[in-house]
Design a protein around this ligand. Sequence first.
Ligand SMILES: [Ca+2]
Length: 298
Amino acid sequence: MPDEGTQPMRVGLYLQPFMKHFINGMIMFGLLAATACNNANKPADSAAMVPAQTTVAYDITPKYIGFSIVNEYPHDPTAFTEGLEYAGGVFYESTGEYGHSDLRKVDPKTGKVLKSMPLDRKYFGEGLTILGGKIYQLTYRENTGFVYDSATMKLERTFSFGTAEGWGMTNDGKYLIFDDGSNVLHFLDPATMHEAKKLAVADEHGPVQEINELEMVNGFIYANQWRTELILKIDTATGKVVGRADLGSLRRQGGIPPETGVRGAPEVMNGIAYDRAGNRFFITGKYWPKVFEVKLDN
Ligand SMILES: [Ca+2]
């Protein structure tokens, strides 16, 4: 392996916007091509596996969702947050960057890392979710996912998934749901890791690209859209964006400085967790020194 200063992703970090757009474009081209192929060759009953519709725009504007900051807690400012989930009174967090990625358990009140399972430096951690006593964690471009025992955080096995990139992840109690930087949500059966269905996300303008960190709340998926300050509320039956929260002022209100491009400084918002018992949303970002407890007016 090259040393840290010459790692591909040290360059890749700054090429990420371009590369993600390029790769997303390729994925979309592939999906459209596959759709055309499927329509020509497959019977109608294969609809569940046909790539999701990608051109629809809805004629109803998503509901505006206001927000307010309820509380704020410390967050490790060296954590390149890629996934965040709340369970059993603690945060489970997946962090990214080659050589720095881990799965960690974090005390919400203090931000203290209670336990960390570092990834090999060839992996870039991405989304995570907890289902059926297991923690599932994606990687960015390594087409590898990890399955841990949720009680011990011991790594049990790995799996592969059929997209070029892995981004955010959540679950609906039955399926693992992840995204790949496009507008498509992928539903995986955790028993087989086979893809059961796809769902295209769209709003009144059409497909919504670069869906990122996810959180399932009361039957809706809440999603960061990458490089925006938006949280989208998505109907899991249709893929329709039914609500939209603009957290653009969260940084200012919460004392998180604007992005500067300086390495290690706070980057994009990327982390949504939900405490069902307390009906609390938690929001953080890459290299953010705080986690915010937020009330969404939905
Ligand atoms: Ca989450």
